[in-house]
Write a protein that binds this ligand. Sequence first.
Ligand SMILES: [Zn+2]
Length: 408
Amino acid sequence: MRFSKYFIPTIKEMPTQTDFISQKLMLKSGMIKQVSSGLFVYLPTFMRVAEKVCGIIKREMEKADSVPAKFPLLIAREDLEATNRWQSFGKEMFTLFDRNKREYAISPTNEEYACFVAQNYIRSYKDLPFSIYQIQQKHRDEIRPRGGVMRAREFLMKDAYSFHADEDSLDEYYKKMEKAYRNIFTKCGLDFVVVNADSGAMGGSGSQEFMALAKDGEAEIGVCGCGFATNTELLSEHICPHCGKELEILRANEVGHIFKLGTRYTDALNLKYVDENNQEKLMIMGCYGIGIERVISSIIEQHNDERGIAFPSNMAPFKANIIVINTKDEAQVKLAEEIYETLQDAGVETLLDDRNERFGVKLADSELIGIPYNIIVGKRASEGVVEFQKRRGDKLEALAGEILQKIQ
Ligand SMILES: [Zn+2]
């Protein structure tokens, strides 16, 4: 993309309406625009990062044999009442009526309709396990939306639902999902801890939260050298229940949550399959969520400095930025265009900063947005020489022809 034709509305002053560094930097670097309480427009660079996160998730879901789908945003009141969730979610849900006075909620999650899919197509033990997922907008009527996209009224979630013939199959699949989640968060460059959690409103027999460490994280967790970790809300004292050592107390934000639901939903909806002995049995269920904005916020919480966002290379909205020092100089523009074409052809996501701005402004924007590599085209362009700089690293002279190799 050419910067002049793109849309990255960076702001000079650090925003003050939030305490969260990730939120400040997303606003300052032009990733998001707040338009109402808890409502945000995702701007182009945010979309690029979100695509990367979703790409990693999709590949891991495929490895875990989960199939992609998309559930409706609306769910009829009677379908949520069948599992008692109209009541349990209560005021957290947005609700509405159609013209015939039939009432709906905007789906908080999709256990019910995932069960409806399984009900119609999964009849035999031979069809199990079955796993289906979507990446879809979710809505929550927060009393006081704070923390920006971390606790917005509308957000993107990956939600997966698995169906099983017995507990052993659920246990095995749950472990597979735990591994998929570990892979996803590791590939996103996150430092995280997996804690045993309370199943809360979802119901069921077991759950784990994936907590990304953050200085101002909303949750407090206790971690022990023996591998034990927990949300401190579940403890009466800060002592490891396994080995008796004192827990290290850290702050973190939840980025993912996996649940063993058991028969909580399949019983309510009478979702059965036929086993080897031709007997009808209730299916057993698991569900698995990831908050996409929470992942992106957490990456920024963990990867930033005083100049801006220091995205890991695979998460940055662009991998390279070609900065033309003097856009009036023909040789500079020509060489920059050549490098731009070479990188684009090689599939390197490249920004070409062709704006008529001072070099300092362009470099500051590049460091704020979090682009890992800068290629600076200046005075020696006529000799085919440019400067190559890792974000905040030393400037090294390089021949234009060597750039691709240096980036890859
Ligand atoms: Zn311990």
